[in-house]
Design a protein. Structure first.
Lengths: 498, 98
């Protein structure tokens, strides 16, 4: 049962073939069996999940009209506030904090009766591409436990790939939904900026952060997308417009006559041969499905990574100032006569990890007087140029595509001491965040040289999210008929029985 | 080539309210030489004719109707406080002695 898609589970629930309590218990058992090896979860809310499941079953028994995903379990990235449930953002500074309120995403999940199993591991405050920056230890990739599951949302992607949950929530500031999806053979979508509320999402870089759905199939991702999306008065940057019809697009999967633009700059040197081979193969399948493949150029994308590593740290240095040891979270050095300033200094020294400190200092520098124009100001101009590149490219194509990442999953520890090498993982995903458009990653197969999953990225214009779902569904169907079985069937067996 | 000395990093850490060991200061100073060179590339294309973008959405002020809505109770608001007293956050000394 746990290997089913979320929509198959939902159908079984609707048909009375199983109950949400049984389904939830099956996933809790799976977590018990494999999570010692995978470490996808920071907190498992056994009681809360079973209570929520029992409540859904009772509603169903009474014949109440339920949402499409009612009763299906989900894993929640630990950056999302959930009332009464520990929310750490993978940081020591928030250890033990239980938010007194629900984020809008969580409120929407509860409204749709989606069962929340627990909180998943992540790079501290979502800063990283490997989940190695978690203060609570790394998550392991279910395809190879010695490798990273991507980041920052590596807990969510690993939970999906290990069949610990059929649905998950991620957040994507520079690729933190899409890159983990790519390296674990799962699906992840960063919606248009403003498409899903940021209220209750602990802020890293407010102009880039976007929550989104993760799952094992394109349709499941679409169902979750519609469950969490929509205008929210509590988020001033939330778009007040109807949610794109992503479920209908995922169901039709029609790409006939669509123009698919291959971004010339997001391929070639630096991309692993197996990544390039799977990408070319997917393009051929999309052409066979009736799409027209065109080449587009985005000359300023080569500056996106540099601009990102100025904008994101700048915003983070400001956002993370709220962790001041005064109102919640860790407090260190509060002895008689200690000043508030010394308590702040000591708390932030102990509470923040290496990468978070690195980015706060970089951001503080980039925003300091005398350097502001040269760094942060210039980065904002690059942001304009990247957006213009996208606008021009979307005049020639309905969606744009590229490999999601230059490589497959690397070994845990391999890049831990080389920040620049780590940052390169996000080279193909960052431009999407800079322009606020939508992006999806879905599995395109395994690289021949290492047998590890490769991701295919689809980018769609602002509030045209349905386009990436049409293309994703078409490619998924073509690949499935080529493989004969879902890609995750090729992943190794974890914790004994399947 | 851009670089930050150990003392530069110490000053930034002070501004960011982070206590740092000598080892952390020296390591960060070394790393920043490499990182700043990489990010300084933005200057190559950031001409005077390019408008900056601070945010993906062209938003002006966003207002809501001025109506009272439920908010956290004092107990909820204080539920994560490291220390509290008489329904208030208790904080260390903020002003000097004199």
């Amino acid at each position: 049962m746990i290997r089913n898609s979320a929509s198959e589970m939902a159908a079984k629930l609707a048909a009375g073939e199983t109950t949400s309590v049984a389904l939830t218990q099956a996933h809790l058992d799976r977590i018990t069996a494999v999570d010692a090896d995978v470490h996808a979860f920071l907190y498992v809310d056994t009681e809360g999940a079973l209570a929520q499941a029992a409540a859904v079953d009772a509603k169903r028994a009474k014949g109440e009209k339920l949402s499409p995903l009612a009763g299906v379990p989900l894993a929640l990235k630990d950056v999302m506030a959930q009332k009464g449930v520990p929310t750490t953002c993978g940081s020591k500074i928030l250890e033990g904090w239980r938010p007194p309120y629900d984020s809008t995403v969580v409120a929407n999940l509860k409204k749709n009766d989606v069962v929340i199993l627990g909180k998943t591991n992540m790079d501290e405050f979502a800063m990283g591409s490997s989940t190695e920056n978690s203060a609570y230890g790394p998550t392991h990739n279910p395809w190879d436990l010695t490798r990273i599951p991507g980041g920052s949302g590596g807990g969510s992607s690993a939970a999906l790939a290990a069949f610990e949950a059929p649905l998950a929530i991620g957040t994507d500031t520079g690729g933190s939904i899409r890159q983990p999806a790519a390296v674990t053979g799962t699906v992840g979508v960063k919606p248009t900026y403003g498409g899903v509320s940021r209220f209750g999402l602990v802020a890293f870089s407010s102009s880039l952060d976007q929550a989104g759905p993760c799952a094992r199939t394109v349709l499941d991702t679409a169902l979750l997308h519609e469950a969490i999306a929509g205008h929210d008065p509590k988020d001033a940057t939330s778009i007040n417009a109807p949610v794109p019809q992503v479920v209908a697009a995922a169901k039709s999967g029609d790409v006939k006559g669509m123009k698919i633009g291959v971004v010339k700059e997001l391929n070639g040197d630096g991309y692993q041969p197996g990544v390039r081979a799977r990408f070319e193969e997917s393009l051929e399948l999309l052409a066979k499905a009736g799409a027209e493949i065109v080449e587009v150029s985005a000359p300023n994308f080569e500056y996106a990574l540099a601009a990102y590593y100025l904008i994101a740290p700048s915003e983070c240095s400001s956002n993370l100032a709220r962790f001041d040891a005064m109102r919640y979270g860790l407090r260190v050095g509060d002895v008689d006569g200690a000043s508030a300033e010394s308590v702040m200094n000591l708390t932030r020294e102990v509470g923040f990890g290496k990468e978070v400190k690195r980015r706060i200092i970089l951001g503080t520098y980039a925003l300091s007087s005398g350097y502001y124009d040269a760094y942060y100001g210039s980065a904002q101009k690059v942001r304009t140029l990247i957006t213009q590149d996208f606008t021009k490219a979307f005049e020639k194509a309905d969606v744009l595509v590229s490999p999601t990442c230059p490589t497959t999953a690397f070994k845990i520890g391999e890049k831990a001491n080389d920040p620049l090498a780590m940052y390169l993982n996000d080279i193909a995903t960052i431009p999407v965040n800079m322009a606020g458009i939508g992006g999806m990653s879905l599995p395109s197969g395994l690289a021949d040289e290492d047998g590890l999953p490769v991701g295919f990225q689809i980018m769609s214009p602002v509030m045209k999210d349905e386009r990436m779902y049409s293309v994703g569904a078409a490619l998924e169907a073509a690949l499935l008929s080529k493989w004969g079985a879902p890609l995750l069937d090729k992943a190794p067996v974890l914790g004994g029985a399947r | 080539m851009s670089s930050l000395s150990r003392d530069d990093v110490a000053k930034l850490a002070g501004l960011a309210r982070i206590e740092m060991s000598e080892e952390e200061l020296v390591n960060l100073s070394n790393e920043f030489t490499v990182i700043l060179d990489a990010v300084a590339r933005v200057q190559e294309v950031a001409g005077a004719d390019v408008e900056p973008t601070s945010h993906p959405l062209p938003l002006r002020n966003v207002f809501r109707a001025d109506v009272v809505v439920p908010s956290l109770t004092p107990e909820e608001a204080l539920s994560g406080a490291p220390a509290q007293e008489e329904q208030r956050f208790r904080v260390p000394q903020i002003l000097g002695e004199e």
